[in-house]
Design a binder for this molecule. Structure first.
Ligand code: C2E
Ligand code: SIN
Ligand code: SIN
Ligand code: SIN
Ligand code: FE
Length: 394
């Protein structure tokens, strides 16, 4: 290996060798990484004065990257028919040109400002070229068979890498599609669960809007600044509809009971918080991924019945131990329950509901959230009225 050590080290820190290049190419996760690997290895391996990597891009040759003794065409695009890389891709074969000015496939004008006298060009993925790799020399020559073989080997490794990256990209796209589908299914389940004990399903839409209004009001007052960045507020808004997803597991005779629950029935009812957490966790497990959406939804489902003074369920968490998302959801959920009719109770007028909420400051609710709620209670009333009207107009 002492001969290899004598070769100047590339900017990746690895001595250029076909093995290192092939390894780097096989691990490339994107076109950028393919280009970087070629840029740092190919010129030394082929012993050329310049290397270009040309991507086939919508009928054009895109000179995407280069490593050369002086600038070539990096960033430029030429029609496939008007350049030699296009010729190699269209004809699916490598080409060697000893005297470029004697060959009319070469756009001489484009070459005159450059150092190039001779070149070799290899298509990448010979059956369906997606790119080409060019090698250039500043003195006129017929490159050796070894140099041409090296260029072809590099093109072969790059072909595998381009195919991998394309496959990986389509897998990622498919997985993102699956995540969106799962989110949609979960939301559909949530509204199904909801419409069992709430005619309109508008409770879900309203709680979304309450949660956002409260979070934005807190942010405007400098409360919970670290946790309430705009992106988090958006997550709260999107996740809020899942807060009672666990009610899918509560039997009709309890959930739809027209009167007061017995203690035993209420114990069953309370399991909806743990159930909700489990349903979302299960969806995450099937997805094999944990998205911020599911994480926030899981936290809300699990913790929206905890109370500031520690008397809530399922865990009896206290104060700041309750995740902020759960504390915010508690305000939205209880306000909406109070001002709405349920199978088991009449609706309260807005003012009575607000008075009840205010009395729970420091008991059920985080005092800062309760105070902010009282300040913007009019917004809560507007949201309730707005989405009640929509349901009636249906
Ligand atoms: P929900 O109807 O969405 O109520 C959510 C939360 O709002 C309740 O959580 C409670 O904290 C508050 N809340 C609702 N109505 C009232 C009320 O009239 N007065 C007061 N002070 N607070 C109220 P909670 O109690 O843990 O109940 C969770 C869920 O259990 C309720 O969701 C509802 O689906 C069910 N539930 C609770 N009590 C009864 C009941 O007596 N009968 C029936 N059928 N279901 C009940
Ligand atoms: C609860 O069960 O404590 C809340 C609902 C109600 O007061 O009927
Ligand atoms: C969860 O509930 O799964 C995480 C957040 C929490 O409950 O503290
Ligand atoms: C409800 O949906 O809980 C009551 C009716 C409404 O406010 O839309
Ligand atoms: Fe609930």
């Amino acid at each position: 290996m002492s001969a290899a050590l004598a070769i100047p080290r590339s900017d990746e820190g690895e001595p250029p060798s076909i093995e290192n290049l092939t390894l780097q190419l096989s691990m490339a996760r994107g076109v950028d990484e393919i280009l970087a690997a070629l840029r740092s290895h190919a010129r030394a391996l082929v012993r050329a004065d310049g290397i270009t990597v040309v991507l086939r891009d919508d009928g054009k040759c895109h000179y995407a990257d280069e490593d050369a003794i002086s600038p070539l065409w990096k960033g430029q695009r030429f029609p496939l028919e008007a350049c030699i890389s296009g010729w190699a891709m269209l004809n699916r074969q490598p080409v060697v040109i000893e005297d470029i000015y004697a060959d009319d496939r070469i756009p001489h004008e484009a070459y005159r400002p450059t150092f190039v006298k001779s070149l070799a060009m290899a298509p990448v993925r010979q059956d369906d070229p997606v790119a080409a790799i060019g090698a250039y020399w500043a003195t006129r020559r017929q490159p050796s068979q070894e140099q041409i073989d090296t260029l072809l080997k590099i093109a072969n490794s790059a072909a595998v890498a381009f195919t991998n990256v394309t496959l990986v990209n389509s897998l990622v796209a498919a997985r993102e599609e699956a995540v969106r589908a799962k989110e949609a299914i979960i939301l559909a389940m949530a509204s199904l669960a909801e419409t069992r004990d709430n005619d309109t399903g508008n409770h879900l839409v309203r709680t979304q809007h309450y949660v956002r209004a409260l979070a934005e009001a807190c942010a405007a007052r400098g409360l919970f600044a670290d946790e309430l960045l705009a992106s988090n507020i958006d997550l709260l808004f999107k996740s809020a509809p899942l807060h009672d997803i666990g009610k899918v597991g509560i039997p009709d005779d309890i959930l739809l009971k027209p009167g007061k629950l017995t203690d035993a029935e209420y114990e069953v009812m309370k399991t909806h918080a743990d159930l909700g957490r489990a349903v979302i966790e299960n969806a995450e497990r099937h997805l094999g991924t944990c998205t911020p959406f599911f994480e926030t939804a899981r936290t809300i489902a699990h913790t929206h019945h905890e109370k500031w003074d520690g008397s809530g369920y399922p865990r009896g968490l206290e104060g700041d131990d309750i995740p902020l998302a759960g504390r915010i959801m508690a305000i939205a959920d209880v306000y909406d329950a109070l001002v709405s009719e349920r199978v088991y109770k009449r609706a309260l007028p807005h003012e009575e509901a607000v008075a009840h909420m205010a009395a729970q400051r420091g008991r059920h609710f985080d005092p800062r959230l309760a105070d902010t709620f009282v300040e913007i209670a009019g917004t809560f009333r507007d949201i309730h009225e707005r989405f009640m009207d929509a349901a009636i107009a249906r």
